[in-house]
Design a protein around this ligand. Structure first.
Ligand SMILES: Nc1ncnc2c1ncn2[C@@H]1O[C@H](COP(=O)(O)OP(=O)(O)O)[C@@H](O)[C@H]1O
Ligand SMILES: [Mg+2]
Length: 401
């Protein structure tokens, strides 16, 4: 009831926007499960924007799960986010059809899900950079005290300058006790942390799990566990250890692989405790590669956005390492190497950006991120074949919340 009161009082206070008068709707981009997104020309600012209009009933269904908790809407959350790897939202409101809408910068580029599938030259060259950029976005998000709950490649776009942008805040909740209570099973099944599927108490560690699944997929083109269609099936297979990245990619950097594997631990207490803890060894791998001027594929990686964050997290990392060293992992005994820095750095040197001709602007307004033209067929010989059947079965509701 409170929720409905709040919803309708908000509606009555906010001027309703007729989107057809306000925007020139140029074309639909990518189909979301909860919304329609258009590339649009904003008649007021004269800018090209992404206009996201939320599905009315699905949004009501989702928000009715948080009755009495005063959950902020997607627009209210997104408007305050300010990070180079999070899409910028410039406005939000309600349409004359009583739908919530968001106006965002239009990110010209490709969905990370496309890049994972294609494993093209740019993906291979920039994979570690993308991993760090995404980690920085999630770290910022967590420091702002949110839980994203839907980290997966479909909710990430990489622009033509190789900058990664996290999008979609539709399932975000505050990182506070009432929102951590068991029951609210939302997200995308293949990326959902076991405690979420098991309807246990959640924390920001569910995002660390989803991030680790995403990183695993970026490197190997496959999921750590075979994709399953139902949450029960996911739960069953998730109880077995995931295949080690090093078995799939024998030449992968050990510290990189071990860091990601630790993010996939079944029990949240065995995972990295914070995004900052997890990012540190990843950044160390990146720096070492830069220093050693390693040969391809990482040679022309674009540098992540906020290098200065490194030194500030040394303390937490050391503390977390100690905690973890006492624990025996459920999946398997993990090497503690993954938490160790290779070399101490005072500054994080940036490499000059090098763009590659393969990721150029797509102007197809129907679905530019999902089906870009490829000049050459992607080379995926370096990956052992074992592909997931389906990984996009986003569950925004289930039978018994
Ligand atoms: N700012 C943006 N710029 C360009 N495309 C976008 C933008 N935001 C969303 N999209 C496209 O719209 C799709 C759906 O957006 P998303 O926010 O994930 O919606 P949903 O909550 O319905 O999943 C994305 O996968 C992407 O292809
Ligand atoms: Mg989405």
């Amino acid at each position: 009831m409170n929720f409905l009161k709040r919803f309708f009082s908000k509606e009555s206070q906010t001027p309703h926007v007729n989107i057809k008068e306000r925007f020139e709707l140029i074309g639909r981009v990518g189909q979301g499960s909860m919304s329609k997104v258009w590339r649009a020309n904003d008649y007021i600012s004269g800018k090209m924007v992404a206009l996201k209009v939320l599905h009315k009933q699905k949004t009501l269904d989702l928000e009715s799960r948080f009755i009495g908790l005063n959950k902020p809407t997607e627009g209210e959350i997104a408007i305050h986010l300010n990070h180079p790897h999070i899409v910028k939202t410039t406005e939000h409101g309600i349409t004359t059809e009583n739908e919530q809408f968001l106006v965002m910068e239009f990110v010209e580029g490709y969905s990370l899900s496309f890049l994972v599938e294609s494993q093209n030259k740019d993906m291979r060259a920039n994979c570690l950079s993308y991993i760090i950029q995404l980690g920085e976005a999630i770290q910022y998000f967590h420091e702002e005290n949110w839980i994203h709950r839907d980290i997966c490649p479909r909710n990430i776009i990489v622009n033509n300058e190789h900058e990664l942008k996290l999008i979609d805040f539709g399932l975000v909740v505050p990182n506070t006790a009432p929102f951590q209570q068991p029951g609210n099973r939302t997200g995308t099944a293949a990326y959902m942390a076991p405690e979420l599927i098991k309807r246990q108490k959640t924390s920001q560690k569910i995002d660390i799990f989803s991030y680790s699944v995403t990183c695993y997929e970026m490197l190997t083109k496959r999921l750590p566990w075979d994709a399953a269609e139902t949450l029960d099936a996911v739960l069953q297979h998730i109880n077995t250890p995931p295949e080690d990245i090093q078995n799939i990619l024998p030449d992968v950097n050990t510290q990189l692989a071990e860091t990601i594997m630790r993010g996939l631990e079944l029990y949240p207490q065995d995972r990295w405790q914070t995004m900052a803890d997890m990012l540190q060894p990843l950044k160390d791998v990146y720096l070492t590669k830069q220093q050693n001027k390693e040969a391809l594929p990482e040679k022309n990686i674009k540098s992540p956005a906020s290098p200065q964050t490194i030194s500030t997290h040394k303390k937490t990392q050391t503390k977390s390492k100690k905690t973890h060293s006492k624990k025996k992992s459920h999946h398997k005994k993990q090497s503690q190497k993954s938490g160790k820095s290779t070399k101490k750095q005072d500054t994080y040197r940036l490499q000059p950006d090098q763009t590659s001709p393969e990721l150029k602007s797509s102007t197809d307004s129907t679905s530019p991120q999902e089906k870009p033209p490829l000049k050459t067929p992607p080379k995926t010989d370096h990956l052992k074949k074992k592909n997931p059947s389906s990984k996009n079965n986003r569950k925004n509701s289930d039978d018994n919340p």
